[in-house]
Design a protein around this ligand. Structure first.
Ligand code: ADP
Ligand code: MG
Length: 347
């Protein structure tokens, strides 16, 4: 929370004053957003397209720690994680609503900062903020964002469309957000114990992956330009292993992932080693990468081959083969969905 700036109590503004303050900063970009903030409900013209709707709730102390997460980043990330879900349907996000539970611990200036991040994400991704809700909370901050996207019916990609032998493809690289969190947690612990200022030097990439993730809008544009439509898709919020199993289960199949194929950035790799963690485990189970994981027909391999944003990490199998991980020596292990929370508890 900013300490050297002025502090205006939320009570001085009141709920309606706060909503007006937010509304005054919003500029609707889409003609299809017929009515935004200011009535009982927003009004949207679907223009003949299918609408996809998704919500995520972020709770202070559970999903974020304001000890090291700046409010502007929190606002940005709370929007981006929802947009990522819309992209994972192969749809285009067009609108969001943002609901807040706030305690009087937060001055108006803090809410301004939060909305700076929210509105920056709206601008960067071409999304209209069309409404929300504001209520009080006894202590913590809760943010719930709903994103509404649109797509032609025939373009929507579900989790359940994968077929046996389809290739499993991931965008970007994995494990970075998890290692960024480890660095932040370590520096917070050092600060609590010794009062030493955080040493975050050399960790730019993984800190950005944790604090300011981006949703892979570019991949949704790239695939049609390559002439590829995924057969199934999901975004990686809980870790590759968990999401791959989601695709397999929804599609009534098994899945096989190859350790040696996992895309891991050198800085993620190095930091994992420093923390005595196995980089592959971080890539498989570290969460919050917000990359896209999808399946394509074997015949489409030539179209994506060599693209620096895309890596084939495995393939789908028949259901009886189950979920497996092939290690660098060729040994086959059961692939388990440790997921984000379980992984955190384990370490
Ligand atoms: P109601 O009591 O009918 O739910 P509200 O007073 O909560 O109405 O909301 C009035 C208008 O302000 C609505 O358009 C609503 O979507 C919008 N709104 C309320 N809170 C927020 C917020 N935190 N961010 C954006 N819009 C908001
Ligand atoms: Mg309301």
């Amino acid at each position: 929370m900013p300490e050297n700036t002025s502090r205006t109590e939320l009570s001085a503004l009141g709920e309606f004053g706060l909503i007006e303050r937010i509304a005054s900063r919003v500029h609707l970009q889409h003609a299809s957003s017929i009515k935004g903030i200011g009535d009982d409900a927003a009004v949207i013209d679907p223009q003949g397209l299918h609408q996809v709707v998704t919500t995520d709730m972020l709770v202070e102390g559970v999903h974020f720690d304001l000890g090291y997460v700046p409010l502007k980043h929190l606002g940005y990330k709370s929007v981006v994680v929802n947009l990522s879900d819309v992209f994972a349907m192969n749809a285009t996000p067009k609108r969001i609503t943002v609901s807040l539970a706030l305690s009087n611990r937060f001055p108006v200036e803090a809410i301004d900062e939060l909305y700076e991040g929210i509105l920056l994400a709206c601008k960067n991704y071409g999304v209209d903020l069309v409404g929300g809700d504001t209520c009080s909370s006894p202590s913590g901050l809760v943010i719930s964002v709903t994103a509404i996207g649109e797509a032609k019916q025939e373009d929507i990609v579900y989790r359940g469309g994968a077929r046996d032998n389809d290739l499993l493809v991931v965008s970007g690289d994995l494990g970075g957000a998890y290692m960024g969190l480890q660095v932040l947690e370590r520096e917070k612990a050092v600060f609590t114990e010794t009062g030493a200022q955080p040493d975050l030097v050399g960790h730019d990439y993984i800190l950005e992956r944790q604090l300011k993730p981006e949703a892979r809008k570019d991949i949704i544009g790239l695939l049609p330009s390559l002439g590829v439509k995924p057969t199934s898709m999901i975004d990686i919020s809980d870790g590759l292993a968990s999401e791959a199993i989601h695709l397999a289960r929804s599609s009534g199949l098994g899945v096989r992932i190859y350790d040696e194929k996992l895309p891991i950035d050198p800085s993620t790799y190095r930091t994992a080693r420093d923390f005595n963690l196995d980089p592959s485990t971080c890539a498989l189970n570290g969460g919050e990468d917000y990359e896209l994981l999808f399946t394509i027909a074997q015949n489409d391999f030539e179209k994506i081959k060599g693209n620096p944003s895309l890596t084939v990490v495995g393939h789908m199998t028949d259901k009886a083969s189950g979920y497996s991980l092939v290690d660098k020596q060729g040994g086959v292990h059961e692939l388990r969905a440790q997921g984000w929370d379980a992984f955190l508890r384990k370490h």
